[in-house]
Design a protein around this ligand. Structure first.
Ligand code: SF4
Ligand code: SF4
Length: 188
């Protein structure tokens, strides 16, 4: 395998000193202050609740409509268009999850089930949202497109127990996802 040597960039004199960066920051803030006083800040029309159009009045106002396509919110399980569980309890997501937020109890699919060849589905599937860092590794690693990070970001609870999303909650957030999943192919 070829070895690639990375060169560290050399810092300029102004980058080595801290003060120029601090003043640059002040100038940016000052610019925003003048713009908001003139009523020309970004979102001045829609965020007028603050008077100057700078501060979003959450929760009355939300960014829901503005979130980019790649936004990573709460992870959730999805079913297919026929309400079948896509997850096969392979536990790859549990293994890869950096903060160990996922706990899965695999369950066996009975041999007389139409989809007995799939072998497993989750008996229990919990994600501790206090631990989750929204990294998206579970989504990346899943071989069945069964877990996705949705756009939900307001994840709250009054106790630690409430912050653990169980299987029912995960399917409630996740909903349905249509598209090919090979395990439902009878010929495979
Ligand atoms: S998003 Fe990251 S931290 Fe959260 S459950 Fe998935 S792998 Fe774990
Ligand atoms: S969600 Fe995906 S990676 Fe996690 S156990 Fe289910 S099938 Fe495996």
């Amino acid at each position: 395998m070829p070895v690639v040597k990375l060169q560290r960039p050399t810092l300029t004199t102004s980058e080595k000193l801290t003060l120029p960066s601090i003043f640059k920051g002040f100038l940016v803030t000052l610019g925003h202050a003048f713009k908001s006083l003139a009523g020309k800040s970004r979102g001045a029309d829609s965020l007028n609740g603050s008077g100057l159009g700078v501060t979003m009045q959450y929760p009355e106002q939300k960014w829901d409509g503005e979130l980019p396509e790649y936004y990573r919110g709460a992870p959730a399980l999805v079913t297919d268009e026929q309400d079948r569980e896509r997850c096969v309890s392979c536990q790859l997501c549990e293994f890869i999850c950096p903060p160990k937020a996922i706990k899965i109890v695999p369950g066996e699919i009975p041999s007389d089930d139409e989809w007995a060849k799939v072998e497993k589905r989750p008996k229990a599937f919990d994600i501790d949202m206090i631990r989750c860092i929204y990294c998206g590794m579970c989504e990346e690693v899943c071989p069945e497109q069964a877990i996705y990070l949705r756009k939900d970001y307001a994840i709250t609870g009054l106790s630690r127990a409430e912050m653990v999303h169980d299987k029912e909650k995960l399917y409630e957030i996740g909903g349905k996802r249509v598209g090919l999943v090979n395990k439902w192919n009878e010929l495979k």
